[in-house]
Design a protein around this ligand. Structure first.
Ligand code: NCD
Length: 359
């Protein structure tokens, strides 16, 4: 069965198929209106969300299907201690597909081990957010006409920003991408993305200290919010919260055809004075998110029983109960998931569920 937990669960060809279908839905919305009639999507949101949850809901409604679920786990059996796996087993009896957001990293991957319906990861902690990635790829394609060969600057919270992690992973599938990382020391991109993803795929990246020095080279500027809720130390958050702010003066340095993306919500990292600039693509990006989620659900249900579209191998798991994942926000430290690990090509042991390095 095909789930979408990590952007690499989709091959380049499958990703292209979803983006092409999303473009066709945009061009011929009426053709798809009944395509999900009598089908049900369950949205299980254990963490706050506006765009992602409503975008899934709206996408399913546009296709003529129905939606059930919760946006606050406190009102469900989770408050009685039900595990993610049990909840998914139950909800799989009521729906054909599940979109799940969780503050615990790896929760959705763990859920796939028992699910009888496809699961879509709608964000797990600061780890991954593959449907935002599809949204971002479609937006880049629509704004610039192509994805290959772009220079993209990621700015802000690259440490906790799951949308950044997932998009960088997906971009390794495209040729000649140049990545520029703009972040304070405290919010730099996690090592596993730099080493296991960028270095391994030979994708070029460089780190810079100011936005001004790179603005003229960028085709895409990907702004992000500093993720307050992921900080363990409030003083640290206060030190970095206003680190990079996009304003019209900085926009004046950029290419005429650059596009500004932001997964939203924005706090103060893009001043509202930028919103009327034709290069501000972040509200168009929101709408693209709905179309790409329509395309994703159509494809996942089409591929559900097709052996040609299974899950890619994540390698051979190493089961070792004497080892523990050091990430307190990983599913294996929250729900007694077994200690399960993988060894990377350069010999590093990482948690199976959340990718943290294990000592
Ligand atoms: C992002 C998220 O939830 O990770 N938003 C989204 O899904 N559109 C980014 C964020 O919360 O800052």
């Amino acid at each position: 069965m095909k789930h979408l937990i990590d952007p690499m669960d989709l091959s380049r060809q499958e990703t292209d198929e979803i983006i092409t279908l999303a473009q066709d839905i945009i061009a011929h919305r009426e053709r798809y209106q009944g395509s999900m009639s009598h089908r049900k999507l369950a949205t299980l949101f254990y963490e706050p969300s506006t765009r992602t949850r409503l975008s899934f809901t709206s996408a399913m409604m546009e296709l003529g299907g129905n939606v059930l679920g919760f946006s606050d786990a406190k009102s469900t059996s989770v408050s009685k201690g039900e595990t993610v796996q049990d909840t998914v087993r139950v909800v799989g009896c009521f729906s054909e597909i599940i979109a799940m957001r969780h503050h615990i990293e790896g929760a959705q991957l763990y859920a796939t081990e028992v699910s009888k319906v496809p699961i879509i990861n709608a964000g797990d902690g600061s780890h991954s957010h593959p449907t935002q990635t599809l949204t971002d790829l479609l937006t880049i394609k629509r704004e610039l006409g192509h994805i290959e060969g772009i220079t993209i600057g990621f700015c802000g919270d690259l440490r906790f920003g799951r949308t950044v992690h997932s998009l960088i992973k997906a971009l390794t599938r495209y040729s000649d991408i140049k990545i520029v990382l703009i972040a304070p020391d405290e919010l730099k991109l996690p090592d596993y993305i730099k080493h296991d993803i960028c270095d391994k795929c030979g994708m070029s990246y460089r780190e810079v200290a100011t936005m001004e020095e790179v603005m003229p080279e960028l085709d895409i500027l990907y702004m992000t919010r500093v993720q307050k809720e992921r900080f363990l130390d409030e003083d640290e958050f206060d030190r970095v919260k206003d680190c990079f702010v996009l304003d019209t003066a900085k926009m004046a340095l950029a290419k005429e055809k650059m596009a500004v993306l932001h997964p939203l919500p924005r706090v103060n990292e893009i001043l509202t004075e930028v919103d009327n600039d034709p290069r501000a693509a972040y509200f168009r990006q929101v709408e693209n998110g709905k179309f790409v989620r329509e395309a994703l659900m159509v494809k996942l249900l089409e591929w559900e029983n097709d052996p040609a579209h299974g899950m890619p191998s994540r390698g051979e798991p190493i089961l070792d109960s004497s080892l523990r994942c050091p990430n307190s926000k990983c599913i294996c430290n929250c729900e007694h998931a077994p200690g399960k690990f993988r060894r990377t090509d350069d010999g590093i042991l990482r948690c199976w569920y959340c990718d943290h390095k294990v000592k």
